[in-house]
Ligand binder design. Structure first.
Ligand SMILES: [Zn+2]
Length: 95
C-alpha cells in the first residue's frame, strides 16, 4: 500500500519540515538526519517506504532527545525507534 509522504510533523509544538533526498544529491548521510535547530528532518527517498517511515521515526527520536536534553545515544535512539515503530505498526488500534 502506497502512503502519502509525510512532509511536516509537529513535535513538542513545533512544525518540523520533512524533506526527502536521493543518493545523488547528498553524500553526508545514508538514511536520514535531524537538524534540531532548523527543525528539518531529512529522509533518503531511495529506501523502501517502510524503511523511510522507520527512519522518520528514528529522526523524530533524535529531535525529542535534543529538545528534551535527554542525551540519548545512537544505540538508544535506534532501539527506541525500532521498538515503538513495531508496536505502532503491529497494533493499529493504539492510535
Ligand atoms: Zn540516528
Amino acid at each position: 500500500m502506497q502512503r502519502i509522504k509525510i512532509e511536516n510533523v509537529k513535535i513538542l509544538g513545533c512544525n518540523v519540515k520533512v524533506k526527502y533526498f536521493d543518493n545523488l544529491h547528498r553524500s553526508d548521510c545514508d538514511m536520514g538526519r535531524c537538524d534540531s535547530k532548523m527543525n528539518i528532518i531529512l529522509v533518503n527517498a531511495e529506501m523502501p517506504e517502510d524503511v523511510q517511515r522507520q527512519t522518520l521515526l528514528h529522526e523524530i527520536m533524535h529531535k525529542l532527545s535534543d529538545d528534551l536534553s535527554l542525551n540519548l545515544t545512537e544505540d538508544q535512539v535506534s532501539a527506541l525507534s525500532v521498538t515503538v515503530f513495531g508496536v505502532l505498526t503491529d497494533n493499529a488500534g493504539i492510535i
